[in-house]
Design a protein around this ligand. Structure first.
Ligand SMILES: *Cc1c(COP(=O)(O)O)cnc(C)c1O
Length: 377
């Protein structure tokens, strides 16, 4: 069987429509019907089980496009399921909630935008939102939602344990694996029923597109998600599918390097707690000792983590004193970012800075952090 990167680079060749080594940027929203209308009607009326009739026969961008189908082919392969791609991460989450429509959802503190989506469902469907610790109230058809590793602190829960708890109640486990892109973590291995990734983050990795993906092991669920996507109008756009396909080619080398650099930086930062007074605490999976961490993230630790500094004033001022870490929200890109998280997340401690490690040389990143922290020490 081909390896991960080979799949990233070659999977969609089987459905390529032109012989170009790089598939062209599509600009069309509509596609001519084939001349053989009888065969076309037959394909639509009697699709193979688990196949949406018009996949492979693009007719209109809102349904699918050669670009979205190529992206889905690659993502299905590397995420080991049936992938459906969306025009943003939050809309992927919205689509998951629309499909599952649970009466109750158990969750921990997750991405603030996901909380807002859940509040919309509470308004529309009286969805009851409960804390993860109250999971025993879950019933059949409910959802347990994990976002791992947790944003912004970058700590993890035991997916296998929570899968067991959800399933013991007949509930489904949804895992937002954005902070642990492939090949770092495969939440299906630990029992997840639906896996979500924000392609806006690591899968794209160049801070130049919005997209999201849901992955299911059940081909019938994929068909339902595709059918609903048609009417939610949330398929990925043509330029974004071109960019995402291009960026997926280098996913493994990017993510493994970002993970290795982040781990080295976190290790160095941890060694400076008590040495540089400006630095108060480091949150990174490296420092979490639970036994499940090693099996849950066999590919390496997450490249985004957080630190706490000694005061709110330092947290406010420090990002501006860094050369290579831009002060901006987002994570997963080739450029390193740092963010005073309280600006966008009211629940984040005021002394917390989130760090997304990019692809600069790790020595330069460490030196940048050292000089900035020293300024306030
Ligand atoms: C960024 C992020 C989202 C939202 O993704 P968009 O593509 O910006 O819509 C959702 N969940 C998590 C964990 C995120 O980090």
């Amino acid at each position: 069987m081909p390896g991960f990167s080979t799949d990233c680079i070659h999977t969609d060749a089987a459905i390529a429509r032109v012989p170009d080594a790089v598939q062209p940027i599509g600009v069309s929203t509509t596609f001519r019907y084939p001349k053989d209308l009888e065969a076309f009607q037959e394909a639509i009326n009697n699709p193979a089980p688990g196949v949406l009739p018009l996949v492979g026969n693009p007719v209109y961008l809102r349904l699918s496009s050669p670009g979205s189908e190529a992206v889905e082919a690659v993502l299905s392969k590397i995420l080991k399921g049936h992938a459906v791609v969306y025009n943003s991460g939050l809309l992927a989450f919205f689509a998951a909630m629309t499909r599952l429509n649970p009466k109750r959802i158990a969750k921990h503190k997750c991405y603030h935008g996901c909380h807002v989506i859940l509040d919309i469902f509470t308004r529309l469907t009286h969805l009851e939102q409960i804390d993860l610790d109250d999971w025993e109230q879950l019933e059949a058809g409910d959802v347990l939602h994990l976002e791992l590793p947790v944003n912004p602190e970058g700590i993890a829960y035991d997916i296998a344990l929570w899968a067991e708890r959800a399933h013991s109640k007949g509930a489904l486990l949804v895992v937002d694996s954005t902070f642990a892109p492939p090949p770092l973590q495969d939440a299906f291995e630990q029992g997840a029923d639906l896996v979500m990734h924000l392609a806006t983050k690591y899968l794209g990795g160049h801070s130049d597109l919005l997209a999201g993906v849901l992955v299911t092991k059940d081909p019938e669920v994929k068909v339902k998600l595709l059918e609903e996507r048609v009417y939610l109008g949330t398929n990925i756009g043509n330029l974004e599918s071109f960019l995402l396909l291009r960026l997926l080619r280098s996913l493994k080398v990017r993510v493994l390097q970002q993970s290795a650099s982040a781990t080295a930086i976190a290790k160095w930062l941890d060694s400076q707690v008590g040495v540089l007074p400006a630095l108060a605490k480091v949150y990174h999976l490296l420092l979490q000792t639970d036994a499940f961490i090693k099996t849950q993230m066999p590919g390496g630790f997450n490249p985004t983590f957080s630190i706490e500094v000694a005061s709110e004033e330092i947290a406010r001022a420090l990002p501006d004193r860094l050369e290579y870490f831009y002060h901006a929200t987002l994570l997963g890109g080739v450029e390193s970012l740092i963010e005073w998280r309280t600006l966008l997340d009211e629940h984040a401690p005021k002394t917390l800075l989130r760090i997304s490690v990019g692809l600069e040389d790790v020595e330069d990143l460490i030196e940048d952090l050292r000089q900035a922290l020293a300024l306030f020490s």
